[in-house]
Design a protein around this ligand. Structure first.
Ligand SMILES: [Zn+2]
Length: 74
């Protein structure tokens, strides 16, 4: 299981369920237990997917340019 939550800087991050602290890219150490969990997912692929979606909600679709923006979907 992976937990998804936000840092105080607004960035969505994920970590493994057992992990106690997570360092955000902004440099802040997050205590996972004190965060409000946005979502729980099964694997790391879903976790990074969800985080990307949350980032897009906050910063707009242009924030990330990723492979799934290419209209060549499977
Ligand atoms: Zn942060």
């Amino acid at each position: 299981m992976y937990l998804i939550y936000r840092c105080d800087c607004g960035r969505a991050v994920y970590s493994k369920e057992k992990v106690a602290t997570k360092k955000c890219v902004c440099g802040k150490n997050l205590k996972v237990k004190e965060r409000r969990i946005i979502a729980k997912v099964e694997d790391i692929g879903q976790a990074s997917d969800k985080v990307r979606k949350l980032q897009e909600e906050k910063y707009g679709e242009a924030f990330f340019t990723t492979a799934d923006k290419i209209p060549n979907k499977r």
